[in-house]
Design a protein around this ligand. Structure first.
Ligand SMILES: NC(=O)c1ccc[n+]([C@@H]2O[C@H](COP(=O)([O-])OP(=O)(O)OC[C@H]3O[C@@H](n4cnc5c(N)ncnc54)[C@H](OP(=O)(O)O)[C@@H]3O)[C@@H](O)[C@H]2O)c1
Length: 323
């Protein structure tokens, strides 16, 4: 089968399409014929960092049909339409844990389904599980045009957050996402985030911040939080270092929380997927949640897809079509 592979090298990993043997479903595994796979910035960064070790197949989210089930699998049958979260899925086939799969609602395209798992599972875990969002609380999402960020905005809005703030470096991008559940848009290239938030919250501050930008927004984020506010860091796209004013942390009794799949056990990863499915599937079935698709590429055009994501002009998801 064809697969997107990263070959390690001293200068960083090289991405290539290779022909490899398809996987086989072992006990308690499901074999999926992949139709579409989401592209995520993390894969590009990880490929760059792969200097030693084995060649890997990339990808963390996919949609397709169950092709076979291994011994002991209950709940899935050949032909079921599924989307899932799991490594090595930018390929014609992938094996997955049955608990890593979510049914694809009727009428949902492979492209839309492949765009769902990684960003919504991440955003749900950040906002609902770690951020402990309650209806009526306010939420700020930084780097608002990103995939995870847009999923967080939608979840916040659908779960009754008020107001939902979204900050981006680009007014044009903010314009494009205004329909996604944003109450107050902050153009960080010309507006002061703290001022906008304090004005809109009568100086109370925001209850939860979902951040993928890191260093460049850290100080403003600390100042923007309300007493007992929660800052959930998902990524550090701007920079990984920042200075902290411990007096602000102390006085406002803030909670700083980091989330990543890298240090989670397999069971913890599966729990995140199931928690997201429980809350989001009804909304997905009702057509109330969906990420805009910025662009699709054939999987074999992987270099063009990576180059496009690196330009940073996309709004919403980039999806690879495997057929
Ligand atoms: N922790 C986890 O469990 C987890 C899970 C999934 C993904 N991630 C990570 O989350 C990050 C976002 O992923 P994604 O798929 O949402 O990416 P994406 O769609 O490419 O979005 C990233 C957004 O971040 C902002 N941004 C990018 N570079 C920036 C910079 N130098 N300074 C400030 N803002 C910048 C941009 O927003 P604006 O242009 O609107 O400002 C951009 O749209 C990635 O690093 C990924 O690895 C983490």
């Amino acid at each position: 089968m064809k697969a997107v592979r990263v070959i390690p090298g001293p200068e960083g990993g090289q991405v290539a399409i290779e022909d490899i043997a398809p996987p086989v479903a072992g006990p308690n595994q499901v074999l999926v014929r992949v139709r579409a796979a989401g592209l995520n910035r993390g894969e590009i960064n990880q490929a760059k960092e792969l200097r030693t070790g084995n060649t890997i197949t990339t990808g963390v989210e996919f949609a397709g049909e169950v092709a076979a089930v291994g011994e002991g699998v209950a709940g899935w049958r050949k032909g079921d339409r599924v989307m899932g979260h799991g490594r090595g899925c930018q390929a014609e086939f992938v094996v997955a844990d049955p608990m890593a799969l979510i049914p694809v609602p009727d009428g949902m395209s492979w492209t839309d389904a492949a765009a769902f798992p990684n960003v919504f599972i991440t955003a749900h875990d950040a906002l609902v599980v770690n951020g402990r969002l309650k209806a009526g609380e306010s939420v700020l999402v930084n780097g608002a045009s990103g995939g995870v960020a847009m999923a967080a905005i939608q979840i916040a809005s659908l779960m009754g957050a008020k107001p939902v703030f979204a900050s981006s470096r680009s007014a044009a991008k903010l314009d494009k996402i205004s329909q996604c559940g944003v109450d107050v848009a902050i153009d960080s290239s010309r507006q002061d985030q703290v001022e906008v938030i304090m004005q809109a919250t009568e100086n109370r501050g925001v209850d939860i911040i979902i951040d993928t930008v890191g260093g460049p927004v850290f100080e403003a984020n600390m100042k923007s939080l309300a007493v007992q506010g929660r800052l959930v860091n998902i990524a550090r796209l701007g920079s990984a270092t920042a200075q902290i004013d411990l007096s602000t942390l102390w006085l406002k009794r803030l909670h700083l929380i980091g989330v990543t799949f890298r240090t989670r056990t397999e069971q913890e990863r599966l729990d995140c997927i199931q928690a997201c499915a429980r809350d989001m599937l009804p909304l997905l079935r009702a057509g109330r949640v969906r990420l805009p698709i910025d662009r699709t590429f054939a999987m074999t055009d992987i270099h063009a897809a990576h180059a496009y994501m690196k330009q940073d002009q996309h709004v919403g998801k980039i999806v690879l079509l495997v057929d």
